[in-house]
Design a protein around this ligand. Sequence first.
Ligand SMILES: NC(=O)c1ccc[n+]([C@@H]2O[C@H](COP(=O)([O-])OP(=O)(O)OC[C@H]3O[C@@H](n4cnc5c(N)ncnc54)[C@H](OP(=O)(O)O)[C@@H]3O)[C@@H](O)[C@H]2O)c1
Length: 289
Amino acid sequence: MEEKILLAGASGALGLEVLKLLHQQGKKVRALVHSADGVEKVSNFTDDVWRADASEGNEVIKDITKDISIVISTLGKSVSLFTNRGKSFMENDFYANSNILDDAVKNNVKRFIYVSIKGAEKALEYEVAKSHKMVEDALEASGLDYTIIRPVGFFSGLNDLAIMAKRKVIPIVGDGNARTNSIHQKDLAKVVVKYLNEGPDLIEVGGPLVHTRREMADMIAEKIGGKVIPVPEKVAEWGMFLPEMVDDNISAKLKYFKFVTTNDMIGEKHGDITFEEYLESLDLEKDLP
Ligand SMILES: NC(=O)c1ccc[n+]([C@@H]2O[C@H](COP(=O)([O-])OP(=O)(O)OC[C@H]3O[C@@H](n4cnc5c(N)ncnc54)[C@H](OP(=O)(O)O)[C@@H]3O)[C@@H](O)[C@H]2O)c1
């Protein structure tokens, strides 16, 4: 029987790029998404689509891995400050992924690739990290063959700053000297697909160029406008620069945002799309609300 892959989170910023690559390679894919929008995004690339809230329990995704040999999970709640509402990272990401993992073990899936996050080892301090680390630990203990990919921030994740730039302010937390090699989600998708059949247990992945946060903020200002404003670390945690946001999850996101923007976040270099090229490709009206 031809091999089939379950791609959880197939409609996300990263998931959709993975789906397109698998489709180009002629692979058979089952896609798991959450929303009606998600169904629409993936339906050009596969007709085997499951729509469910995988965090709701084993029953709603029962046998989603039947006849599946490899699972890829890019499923996770958005870390964007502008898309929110709903369950916490633990309630959503941990339960959804561990329900999929349980089903995979039950159905003798061969291999599981999990997209986690750079900084997951800081599980005790940050909820975003904790939900990923708990899935990592469950995967390691599952007995399945696996690869855990911990990426630095995606370029799409930096759209938050671009949206703020449209509102004339680009906050940088602290002195802006922390460095990172953010990666285009298309380049990251290539890494995910490269490890489809085998790969390291754990790899931290970044993009081709290392920049300071200040340099990235300056590039955004040059392309979009807005003023780069340094925000003291404590103030950043309180979300003073986003007064309209009152959601429960915002504090978890802001804490992680502060952590990643004030510490060096550098992964193994992959891909070739630069942040400058990404900014050039953005359609300010269509891509940024
Ligand atoms: N963005 C970054 O900078 C970054 C950096 C490092 C790591 N990561 C991690 O990488 C992963 C992918 O990130 P992303 O930016 O691609 O996320 P995204 O664009 O928000 O996509 C998330 C995907 O997961 C699905 N999903 C979420 N909750 C679900 C649930 N309960 N049941 C079923 N499907 C569910 C969504 O479906 P719908 O579209 O139908 O809602 C969507 O397909 C996340 O785990 C994130 O933490 C992200």
